[in-house]
Design a protein around this ligand. Structure first.
Ligand SMILES: *Cc1c(COP(=O)(O)O)cnc(C)c1O
Length: 369
Protein backbone atom coordinates (compact mmCIF):
# COMPACT_ATOMS: atom_id res chain seq x y z
CA UNK A 1 0.00 0.00 0.00
CA UNK A 2 1.19 3.54 -0.67
CA UNK A 3 1.54 5.69 2.47
CA UNK A 4 -1.70 7.28 3.71
CA UNK A 5 -2.23 10.94 2.77
CA UNK A 6 -5.39 11.34 4.87
CA UNK A 7 -7.34 9.37 7.50
CA UNK A 8 -8.33 6.01 6.02
CA UNK A 9 -9.52 2.60 7.09
CA UNK A 10 -7.81 -0.02 4.96
CA UNK A 11 -9.85 -3.18 4.55
CA UNK A 12 -7.69 -6.17 3.69
CA UNK A 13 -9.78 -8.77 1.91
CA UNK A 14 -6.97 -11.32 1.96
CA UNK A 15 -7.06 -11.11 5.76
CA UNK A 16 -10.81 -11.80 5.60
CA UNK A 17 -10.17 -14.83 3.34
CA UNK A 18 -7.54 -16.10 5.76
CA UNK A 19 -9.87 -15.72 8.76
CA UNK A 20 -12.77 -17.39 6.97
CA UNK A 21 -10.58 -20.34 5.97
CA UNK A 22 -9.15 -20.66 9.47
CA UNK A 23 -12.50 -20.56 11.27
CA UNK A 24 -14.20 -22.92 8.83
CA UNK A 25 -11.28 -25.37 9.08
CA UNK A 26 -12.43 -26.03 12.65
CA UNK A 27 -15.97 -27.07 11.77
CA UNK A 28 -17.28 -30.00 9.72
CA UNK A 29 -17.62 -29.45 5.97
CA UNK A 30 -21.39 -29.84 6.23
CA UNK A 31 -21.75 -27.29 9.05
CA UNK A 32 -23.18 -24.08 7.66
CA UNK A 33 -21.54 -20.70 8.20
CA UNK A 34 -23.44 -17.56 9.11
CA UNK A 35 -21.36 -14.39 8.89
CA UNK A 36 -22.33 -11.54 11.17
CA UNK A 37 -22.01 -8.27 9.24
CA UNK A 38 -23.93 -5.98 11.57
CA UNK A 39 -22.75 -2.47 12.43
CA UNK A 40 -21.23 -1.83 8.98
CA UNK A 41 -19.39 -5.14 9.08
CA UNK A 42 -17.94 -4.46 12.54
CA UNK A 43 -17.04 -0.93 11.51
CA UNK A 44 -15.52 -1.80 8.12
CA UNK A 45 -17.83 -1.90 5.10
CA UNK A 46 -20.63 -4.46 5.22
CA UNK A 47 -21.19 -4.59 1.45
CA UNK A 48 -17.53 -5.14 0.57
CA UNK A 49 -17.20 -7.75 3.31
CA UNK A 50 -20.44 -9.51 2.39
CA UNK A 51 -19.56 -9.67 -1.32
CA UNK A 52 -16.22 -11.28 -0.52
CA UNK A 53 -17.92 -13.75 1.84
CA UNK A 54 -20.39 -14.71 -0.89
CA UNK A 55 -17.37 -15.56 -3.07
CA UNK A 56 -15.98 -17.63 -0.20
CA UNK A 57 -19.23 -19.62 -0.01
CA UNK A 58 -20.91 -18.29 3.12
CA UNK A 59 -24.40 -19.69 3.76
CA UNK A 60 -26.10 -16.92 5.73
CA UNK A 61 -25.70 -13.35 6.89
CA UNK A 62 -26.91 -11.77 10.10
CA UNK A 63 -27.46 -8.12 10.86
CA UNK A 64 -28.79 -6.57 14.05
CA UNK A 65 -31.33 -4.19 12.49
CA UNK A 66 -33.38 -4.32 9.31
CA UNK A 67 -31.82 -1.24 7.69
CA UNK A 68 -28.43 -2.97 7.78
CA UNK A 69 -29.90 -5.84 5.78
CA UNK A 70 -31.53 -3.38 3.37
CA UNK A 71 -28.06 -2.03 2.57
CA UNK A 72 -26.99 -5.55 1.57
CA UNK A 73 -30.08 -6.11 -0.55
CA UNK A 74 -29.53 -2.73 -2.28
CA UNK A 75 -26.06 -4.03 -3.19
CA UNK A 76 -27.71 -7.07 -4.86
CA UNK A 77 -26.66 -9.55 -2.20
CA UNK A 78 -29.15 -12.41 -2.35
CA UNK A 79 -27.90 -14.68 0.43
CA UNK A 80 -30.43 -15.24 3.26
CA UNK A 81 -30.24 -12.53 5.93
CA UNK A 82 -31.22 -13.14 9.54
CA UNK A 83 -32.26 -9.94 11.34
CA UNK A 84 -31.23 -10.51 14.94
CA UNK A 85 -33.15 -7.71 16.61
CA UNK A 86 -36.15 -6.77 14.49
CA UNK A 87 -38.80 -4.39 15.79
CA UNK A 88 -42.44 -4.36 14.60
CA UNK A 89 -41.85 -1.17 12.62
CA UNK A 90 -39.32 -3.12 10.51
CA UNK A 91 -41.66 -5.95 9.44
CA UNK A 92 -42.59 -4.25 6.18
CA UNK A 93 -39.01 -3.81 4.98
CA UNK A 94 -38.05 -7.26 6.25
CA UNK A 95 -40.73 -8.85 4.10
CA UNK A 96 -40.25 -6.58 1.09
CA UNK A 97 -36.54 -7.33 0.98
CA UNK A 98 -36.80 -11.05 1.81
CA UNK A 99 -35.08 -10.86 5.15
CA UNK A 100 -35.77 -13.30 7.97
CA UNK A 101 -36.67 -12.10 11.46
CA UNK A 102 -35.44 -13.51 14.74
CA UNK A 103 -38.58 -14.00 16.82
CA UNK A 104 -37.65 -13.59 20.46
CA UNK A 105 -40.85 -12.76 22.36
CA UNK A 106 -44.59 -13.47 22.48
CA UNK A 107 -45.31 -9.97 21.26
CA UNK A 108 -43.05 -10.46 18.24
CA UNK A 109 -44.43 -13.91 17.48
CA UNK A 110 -48.03 -12.76 17.55
CA UNK A 111 -47.42 -9.51 15.71
CA UNK A 112 -45.32 -11.14 13.01
CA UNK A 113 -47.87 -13.89 12.40
CA UNK A 114 -50.66 -11.30 12.12
CA UNK A 115 -48.53 -9.30 9.72
CA UNK A 116 -47.57 -12.34 7.60
CA UNK A 117 -51.21 -13.43 7.42
CA UNK A 118 -52.29 -9.96 6.31
CA UNK A 119 -49.66 -10.14 3.60
CA UNK A 120 -50.92 -13.59 2.56
CA UNK A 121 -47.61 -15.29 3.22
CA UNK A 122 -47.18 -19.06 3.24
CA UNK A 123 -44.25 -20.53 5.22
CA UNK A 124 -42.42 -17.21 5.62
CA UNK A 125 -39.06 -18.13 7.26
CA UNK A 126 -38.66 -17.11 10.88
CA UNK A 127 -35.93 -17.93 13.42
CA UNK A 128 -36.82 -18.71 17.03
CA UNK A 129 -34.44 -17.24 19.57
CA UNK A 130 -34.07 -18.97 22.94
CA UNK A 131 -32.66 -17.51 26.10
CA UNK A 132 -30.42 -20.05 27.81
CA UNK A 133 -28.65 -17.73 30.22
CA UNK A 134 -27.75 -14.48 28.48
CA UNK A 135 -31.03 -12.90 29.61
CA UNK A 136 -31.06 -10.47 26.72
CA UNK A 137 -33.53 -11.77 24.12
CA UNK A 138 -35.41 -15.01 23.69
CA UNK A 139 -38.04 -17.52 24.74
CA UNK A 140 -37.39 -20.07 27.47
CA UNK A 141 -37.73 -23.85 27.44
CA UNK A 142 -41.19 -23.90 28.99
CA UNK A 143 -42.48 -21.70 26.14
CA UNK A 144 -41.87 -24.38 23.49
CA UNK A 145 -45.26 -26.21 23.65
CA UNK A 146 -47.14 -22.91 23.45
CA UNK A 147 -45.02 -21.65 20.55
CA UNK A 148 -45.71 -24.86 18.65
CA UNK A 149 -49.42 -24.55 19.42
CA UNK A 150 -49.52 -21.02 18.01
CA UNK A 151 -47.52 -22.10 14.95
CA UNK A 152 -49.83 -25.03 14.30
CA UNK A 153 -52.70 -22.60 13.82
CA UNK A 154 -51.10 -20.72 10.95
CA UNK A 155 -49.57 -21.50 7.59
CA UNK A 156 -48.07 -18.05 7.30
CA UNK A 157 -44.69 -18.78 8.89
CA UNK A 158 -42.24 -21.66 9.14
CA UNK A 159 -39.38 -22.10 11.60
CA UNK A 160 -36.22 -21.99 9.51
CA UNK A 161 -33.96 -22.16 12.54
CA UNK A 162 -33.85 -22.22 16.31
CA UNK A 163 -30.93 -20.59 18.07
CA UNK A 164 -29.43 -19.32 21.28
CA UNK A 165 -26.49 -17.08 22.18
CA UNK A 166 -23.61 -17.92 24.51
CA UNK A 167 -22.94 -15.30 27.17
CA UNK A 168 -19.33 -16.14 28.04
CA UNK A 169 -17.87 -18.44 25.39
CA UNK A 170 -14.55 -16.54 25.43
CA UNK A 171 -14.12 -16.97 29.19
CA UNK A 172 -12.94 -20.48 30.08
CA UNK A 173 -13.53 -19.75 33.77
CA UNK A 174 -17.21 -19.85 32.81
CA UNK A 175 -16.95 -23.24 31.11
CA UNK A 176 -19.50 -24.86 33.43
CA UNK A 177 -22.02 -22.11 32.72
CA UNK A 178 -21.45 -22.31 28.96
CA UNK A 179 -21.82 -26.11 28.90
CA UNK A 180 -25.06 -25.65 30.79
CA UNK A 181 -26.26 -23.19 28.15
CA UNK A 182 -25.38 -25.64 25.35
CA UNK A 183 -27.15 -28.48 27.17
CA UNK A 184 -30.21 -26.35 27.73
CA UNK A 185 -30.30 -25.35 24.04
CA UNK A 186 -29.99 -29.00 23.06
CA UNK A 187 -32.94 -29.91 25.24
CA UNK A 188 -35.05 -27.04 23.88
CA UNK A 189 -34.29 -28.05 20.30
CA UNK A 190 -35.15 -31.69 20.98
CA UNK A 191 -38.53 -30.74 22.39
CA UNK A 192 -39.13 -28.32 19.52
CA UNK A 193 -38.23 -30.88 16.84
CA UNK A 194 -40.37 -33.54 18.49
CA UNK A 195 -43.37 -31.23 18.26
CA UNK A 196 -42.80 -29.81 14.77
CA UNK A 197 -43.09 -32.14 11.81
CA UNK A 198 -39.86 -30.79 10.28
CA UNK A 199 -36.35 -30.04 11.54
CA UNK A 200 -35.20 -26.42 11.67
CA UNK A 201 -31.50 -25.52 11.55
CA UNK A 202 -29.93 -25.28 15.01
CA UNK A 203 -27.17 -22.84 15.94
CA UNK A 204 -25.66 -21.29 19.04
CA UNK A 205 -21.88 -20.76 18.60
CA UNK A 206 -20.40 -17.29 18.06
CA UNK A 207 -16.68 -16.88 17.26
CA UNK A 208 -15.46 -17.92 20.70
CA UNK A 209 -17.98 -20.75 20.63
CA UNK A 210 -16.32 -22.00 17.42
CA UNK A 211 -12.92 -21.76 19.08
CA UNK A 212 -13.75 -23.23 22.47
CA UNK A 213 -16.88 -25.39 22.18
CA UNK A 214 -17.14 -27.97 19.35
CA UNK A 215 -20.22 -29.32 21.14
CA UNK A 216 -21.93 -26.02 20.28
CA UNK A 217 -21.60 -26.31 16.49
CA UNK A 218 -24.97 -27.99 15.70
CA UNK A 219 -26.00 -27.25 12.06
CA UNK A 220 -24.54 -23.77 11.69
CA UNK A 221 -22.09 -21.42 13.42
CA UNK A 222 -22.34 -17.63 13.63
CA UNK A 223 -19.08 -15.78 13.37
CA UNK A 224 -18.50 -12.06 13.66
CA UNK A 225 -15.35 -10.84 15.37
CA UNK A 226 -13.25 -13.79 14.17
CA UNK A 227 -13.85 -12.87 10.53
CA UNK A 228 -12.52 -9.40 11.28
CA UNK A 229 -9.38 -10.87 12.84
CA UNK A 230 -9.91 -11.24 16.59
CA UNK A 231 -10.30 -14.51 18.47
CA UNK A 232 -10.57 -13.20 22.03
CA UNK A 233 -7.53 -15.38 22.79
CA UNK A 234 -3.79 -14.74 22.19
CA UNK A 235 -3.17 -18.23 20.73
CA UNK A 236 -6.08 -17.92 18.30
CA UNK A 237 -5.07 -14.40 17.31
CA UNK A 238 -1.86 -15.87 15.86
CA UNK A 239 -3.98 -17.56 13.17
CA UNK A 240 -6.26 -14.61 12.51
CA UNK A 241 -5.40 -11.34 10.74
CA UNK A 242 -7.06 -8.02 11.54
CA UNK A 243 -8.98 -6.92 8.45
CA UNK A 244 -8.99 -3.21 9.29
CA UNK A 245 -6.03 -0.87 9.57
CA UNK A 246 -6.87 2.64 10.72
CA UNK A 247 -4.35 5.19 9.47
CA UNK A 248 -4.02 8.93 9.68
CA UNK A 249 -1.27 11.51 9.16
CA UNK A 250 0.65 14.16 11.05
CA UNK A 251 -0.63 17.54 9.93
CA UNK A 252 1.53 19.83 12.11
CA UNK A 253 4.29 19.53 14.71
CA UNK A 254 4.59 22.02 17.59
CA UNK A 255 7.43 22.63 19.98
CA UNK A 256 5.77 23.08 23.39
CA UNK A 257 7.95 24.73 26.03
CA UNK A 258 7.98 23.82 29.71
CA UNK A 259 4.83 25.25 31.39
CA UNK A 260 2.86 25.57 28.16
CA UNK A 261 -0.26 23.52 27.60
CA UNK A 262 -1.74 21.43 24.77
CA UNK A 263 -5.39 21.32 23.71
CA UNK A 264 -8.76 21.88 25.35
CA UNK A 265 -8.93 22.70 29.04
CA UNK A 266 -5.12 22.75 29.10
CA UNK A 267 -5.27 19.08 30.08
CA UNK A 268 -1.58 18.54 29.22
CA UNK A 269 1.01 20.88 30.74
CA UNK A 270 4.59 20.33 29.53
CA UNK A 271 7.09 19.55 32.29
CA UNK A 272 9.90 19.85 29.73
CA UNK A 273 10.23 20.91 26.12
CA UNK A 274 7.89 18.56 24.25
CA UNK A 275 7.27 17.93 20.56
CA UNK A 276 3.55 17.56 19.92
CA UNK A 277 2.22 16.19 16.63
CA UNK A 278 -1.34 17.04 15.61
CA UNK A 279 -3.12 14.18 13.83
CA UNK A 280 -6.12 14.29 11.50
CA UNK A 281 -8.33 12.05 13.63
CA UNK A 282 -10.54 12.75 16.64
CA UNK A 283 -13.51 11.50 18.60
CA UNK A 284 -15.81 12.10 15.64
CA UNK A 285 -13.71 9.56 13.71
CA UNK A 286 -13.82 6.92 16.41
CA UNK A 287 -11.18 7.72 19.01
CA UNK A 288 -13.17 8.07 22.24
CA UNK A 289 -12.22 10.81 24.69
CA UNK A 290 -11.29 8.16 27.23
CA UNK A 291 -8.09 7.45 25.26
CA UNK A 292 -6.85 10.97 26.02
CA UNK A 293 -4.30 12.08 28.59
CA UNK A 294 -1.72 9.42 27.85
CA UNK A 295 -3.96 6.36 28.07
CA UNK A 296 -4.06 5.74 24.33
CA UNK A 297 -1.33 5.81 21.69
CA UNK A 298 -0.66 5.59 17.98
CA UNK A 299 2.31 4.20 16.05
CA UNK A 300 4.55 6.63 14.15
CA UNK A 301 7.51 5.20 12.25
CA UNK A 302 7.36 2.09 14.43
CA UNK A 303 7.28 3.95 17.77
CA UNK A 304 4.47 4.46 20.27
CA UNK A 305 3.30 8.08 20.56
CA UNK A 306 0.93 8.69 23.49
CA UNK A 307 -2.01 11.08 23.30
CA UNK A 308 -1.37 14.48 24.92
CA UNK A 309 -4.32 16.06 26.74
CA UNK A 310 -7.92 15.71 25.63
CA UNK A 311 -9.08 14.08 22.42
CA UNK A 312 -10.68 16.79 20.21
CA UNK A 313 -13.56 16.19 17.82
CA UNK A 314 -11.41 16.19 14.68
CA UNK A 315 -7.85 15.89 15.97
CA UNK A 316 -5.58 14.44 18.61
CA UNK A 317 -2.16 15.63 19.66
CA UNK A 318 0.51 13.02 20.43
CA UNK A 319 3.94 13.13 22.02
CA UNK A 320 6.68 12.76 19.40
CA UNK A 321 9.52 14.22 21.48
CA UNK A 322 11.64 11.08 21.01
CA UNK A 323 10.33 10.02 17.60
CA UNK A 324 11.98 10.78 14.29
CA UNK A 325 9.08 12.12 12.22
CA UNK A 326 7.83 15.04 10.18
CA UNK A 327 4.63 16.70 9.00
CA UNK A 328 2.85 14.50 6.44
CA UNK A 329 4.10 11.22 7.92
CA UNK A 330 1.74 8.25 8.08
CA UNK A 331 0.37 7.22 11.50
CA UNK A 332 -1.08 3.81 12.43
CA UNK A 333 -3.89 3.86 15.00
CA UNK A 334 -4.52 0.13 14.86
CA UNK A 335 -3.86 -2.71 12.46
CA UNK A 336 -2.15 -6.09 12.29
CA UNK A 337 1.00 -4.97 14.12
CA UNK A 338 -0.59 -2.67 16.73
CA UNK A 339 -3.90 -4.33 17.34
CA UNK A 340 -7.26 -2.88 18.26
CA UNK A 341 -7.38 -5.48 21.02
CA UNK A 342 -4.20 -4.12 22.62
CA UNK A 343 -5.19 -0.46 22.26
CA UNK A 344 -8.73 -0.99 23.57
CA UNK A 345 -7.35 -2.81 26.61
CA UNK A 346 -5.71 0.49 27.60
CA UNK A 347 -9.14 1.83 28.56
CA UNK A 348 -10.52 -1.55 29.74
CA UNK A 349 -12.49 -1.92 26.55
CA UNK A 350 -12.59 -4.63 23.88
CA UNK A 351 -11.65 -4.82 20.19
CA UNK A 352 -15.36 -4.90 19.24
CA UNK A 353 -15.94 -1.41 20.61
CA UNK A 354 -12.91 0.23 19.03
CA UNK A 355 -13.34 -1.23 15.53
CA UNK A 356 -17.09 -0.61 15.33
CA UNK A 357 -16.56 3.03 16.33
CA UNK A 358 -14.68 4.04 13.15
CA UNK A 359 -17.10 6.64 11.85
CA UNK A 360 -18.56 6.96 8.38
CA UNK A 361 -16.43 10.09 7.85
CA UNK A 362 -13.34 7.91 7.52
CA UNK A 363 -12.64 6.87 3.94
CA UNK A 364 -12.59 3.11 3.33
CA UNK A 365 -9.83 1.78 1.09
CA UNK A 366 -10.02 -1.83 -0.09
CA UNK A 367 -6.79 -3.77 -0.49
CA UNK A 368 -5.38 -7.30 -0.62
CA UNK A 369 -2.19 -7.46 1.41
C1 LIG B 1 -23.09 -10.21 17.35
C2 LIG B 1 -23.61 -11.59 17.46
C3 LIG B 1 -22.83 -12.70 17.06
C4 LIG B 1 -21.38 -12.57 16.65
O1 LIG B 1 -20.55 -12.69 17.80
P1 LIG B 1 -18.96 -12.67 17.67
O2 LIG B 1 -18.48 -12.75 19.08
O3 LIG B 1 -18.61 -11.35 17.05
O4 LIG B 1 -18.58 -13.81 16.83
C5 LIG B 1 -23.42 -13.95 17.05
N1 LIG B 1 -24.70 -14.12 17.46
C6 LIG B 1 -25.46 -13.10 17.90
C7 LIG B 1 -26.85 -13.37 18.36
C8 LIG B 1 -24.94 -11.81 17.93
O5 LIG B 1 -25.68 -10.79 18.39
Amino acid sequence: MPKAKETILEIDLNALDNNYQYLTSKIKPETKVLAVVKAFGYGSDSVVIAKELVELGVDYFAVAYANEGETLRNAKIETPILVLHPLPIHFEVILNRCMEPSIYSWKMLEEFITFAEEKKQINYPIHLKFNTGMNRLGFVESDVPYIVEILSKTESVKVKSAFSHLAASEDLKEKEFTLKQIKSFKKISEVLISKLDYKPLLHCANTSGIINYPEAYFDMVRTGIGLYGFGNDPEENKHLKPVGTLKTIITQIHKVEKGESVGYNRAFIAEKTTLSATLAIGHADGIPRSYGNGKGWVIINGEKAHILGNVCMDMIMVDVTDIDCEEGDEVIVFGPSATAEELSAAINSISYELITAVSQRVKRVICRN
